[in-house]
Design a protein around this ligand. Structure first.
Ligand code: CP
Ligand code: NVA
Length: 307
């Protein structure tokens, strides 16, 4: 049965952990031998926003799996001149085996998926960044953490925060999110997460106090204050988020916690230079794990099709 990878909330705990295990297996296996799990397969990669990690990790990942990826900037393809998503989806579905899209509205991605006859992967929308969370949890596992660990999110209730919340509530993490008033995760997703938590045993805490979130946490993570598409709000947000910089004092409240960041980072905004550089090895492991996690996701999606 064909599956897409649009949002963490479409997946069960078992499926999410199975994909992470597959990614870890492929990562280990690749060190020793070439792994042509997707031999002769092609991935179309549509970008309506900038990217370093997503673009390189999907393209290199597909190559390492024996396939080929095409970079399709919306500036260069007819999509950017107004060709509808639903037409682009039906054309690409006839030519490639999988599509990854980075776009603005999540509805646009869902529309593409509705008309696509090949698996579609979310490479970031305004609402969700699910592939990043898979890389983040893979990184946690490599550091000896697991679904019983605690994660503190400090900052904006944005696409990364929403994805963390969904992941945490499904797999059972102790997840604390501290955002400034007015920048919290939408109520609708808070409610979905609390429902999920009843089943998974997750502990979900919403607060406006970063210190409360950091206390005894195993992981502290954050993201930029103004996401792509919100550049004009930068100045207002700098004021609203002034108390939400991850500092050494906050890290000292944790359970000897690690610091993670999806990158790119704005030093001295969401995190001090001191904390970032102290935890740089972890953050760049996390960046590398984009490659491994997405190889896991692509192979898993391909296997579903032949089931
Ligand atoms: N973290 C992340 O998605 O990075 P890029 O925007 O560089 O792809
Ligand atoms: N929240 C950020 C994540 C970048 C990877 C953005 O959407 O710009």
């Amino acid at each position: 049965m064909m599956r897409h990878f649009l949002s963490i909330k479409d997946y069960t705990k078992e499926e999410l952990l199975e994909i992470i295990d597959l990614a870890m297996y492929i990562k280990k296996e690749f060190k020793n031998e070439r792994t042509d799990h997707l031999e002769d397969k092609t991935l179309g990669m549509i970008f309506e926003k900038s990217s370093t990690r997503t673009r390189v990790s999907f393209e290199v990942g597909m190559y390492q799996l024996g396939g080929h990826a095409l970079f399709l900037s919306s500036k260069d393809i007819q999509l950017g001149r107004g060709e509808p998503m639903k037409d682009t989806a039906r054309v690409l579905s006839r030519m490639v085996d999988m599509v990854m899209i980075r776009t603005f509205s999540h509805e646009k991605l869902e529309e593409f998926a509705k008309y696509s006859s090949v698996p579609v992967i979310n490479g970031l929308t305004d609402n969700f960044h699910p592939v990043q969370i898979m890389a983040d949890f893979l990184t946690m596992k490599e550091k000896g953490l697991n679904e019983n660990s605690s994660v503190a999110w400090i900052g904006d209730g944005n696409n990364m925060a929403n994805s963390w919340l969904m992941f945490a509530s499904i797999v059972g993490l102790d997840f604390r999110i501290a955002s400034p008033v007015g920048y919290e995760i939408p109520k609708e997703w808070q409610d979905i997460a609390q429902e999920n938590a009843k089943k998974s045993g997750a502990k979900i805490t919403f607060t406006n106090d970063p210190n409360e979130a950091c206390r005894d946490a195993d992981v502290v993570t954050t993201d930029v204050w103004a996401s792509m598409g919100q550049e004009e709000e930068q100045k207002i947000r700098e004021k609203a988020f002034a108390e939400f910089t991850v500092t050494k004092e906050m890290m000292n409240l944790t359970n000897n916690g690690i610091f993670m960041h999806c990158l790119p980072v704005h030093r001295e905004e969401e995190v001090t230079e001191e904390v970032f550089e102290e935890h740089a090895d972890t953050v760049f492991d996390e960046a590398e794990n984009r490659l491994h996690a997405q190889k896991g996701i692509m192979v898993w999606l391909d296997r579903q099709r032949s089931k």
